[in-house]
Each structure stands twice: as structure tokens, then as C-alpha cells.
Design a protein around this ligand. Sequence first.
Ligand SMILES: [Zn+2]
Length: 205
Amino acid sequence: MKRINAINVETTNMSGKLEAETIVASGMVLNFYASNFFYDKLMSTNLLALRGESQNSVTKRMSNDELYDLFMSGAEEWNGIRDFELDLKVDRYYSWYSKVVGWIMPMKPTLHVNGKYFDNATEEDKGNNIAHEWSHMLGIRHSGTWFKESLPYLINKWFREYYSGTHNTDPAPIPVPTVKYITECYRTWRRLWLWETCFRRAVVS
Ligand SMILES: [Zn+2]
């Protein structure tokens, strides 16, 4: 089966340093999902036994095979295209009082990350957050008392395990590909001041 093989990342409201870290982190997410390690983990999980999966989560109506195919196809709910790409728009905001690390809205392409946590997180931690949120973009949802007993949280655990180097059956990860940048700027009104917003689009292939 063809596996997910590219990342398409756009960042907004980030310094160059944060953006570079986000791109490396996204590469880690790609390597993780494309690995045999992830295949083995997903295929050996009894999805219906997870108490934190919401009733409307795609895990409730897909077999493990179908779910693995969904991950590999890169068909996020908001675009539905089997492009074998991880498509991400990562927008940074800052909320000092919020305990939310990152969130998405169903059917929307943006992953919102809270700078309070995101700015100083390691690349691995950034990647771990992106891996969790991207699973939501595929239609995987958690809720209720047992929300942590769900695929997105298992992904966090697996991601940690994958990069801790304790597994040894996996082939060497795919090298993070060379990044090509396209910078697009436009003027926008925000809070009554005119800002120039630049999107640095990293096209990775
Ligand atoms: Zn979540």
C-alpha cells in the first residue's frame, strides 16, 4: 500500500525560528506515520475497546485496515483528497491563562497552537502535539470521562516510544526532506491596525 509521503505546511504568526522548528516537527510526524512501527501499533489495537472514542469518531465505523488506509491517504476531512500528504496550517496564538496546548475545529484546516506551550516545547513535543491534532483532522474524536483512552492519546504514547529509540524492529526513518519555501504576503486589517501578514509556505517533497 502506498504510504503517506509528503508534508505541506503553512505557518502563521511565528518567528523564523519557531517556523523552522515546526517544519522539523512536521517531518517527524511524517516519519512516524509512514513507519512500520505505526502500522504494527495501529493494526494490533482493538479500536472498539477504547472507551474514550466519541460515537461520531471514524474509528466507530472503520476496520483497522480502513483506518490505516485513511492515515496513509492523507485525506483530511476538510479537503477529502487522497493526496498522500499531511496538509497542515499551523497558526500560533498566545493565551497565558489557557491550559489548551492545541486545538482544531472539525472540517477546518487550521491547527491552532498556544505559544505558551508551543514556543518552548522541543521539536519532539511539537511533533507529538501535531500528530495528535492531525488525527482529529482525519475525523478521529475523543470525549467523556475516558477521553484519554482514545486513538489520539495512544498516538502520543506511540510517538514518544518511536522517538525514544526503544523499538528496534523498524527500518531507519525517512530523512526529513529538503524544504522549499514560498513566501506570500498580503495586507490585512486586524484590530484596526493595518498589518502585513506573510505566510511562509513550506513545500516539502
Ligand atoms: Zn485531542
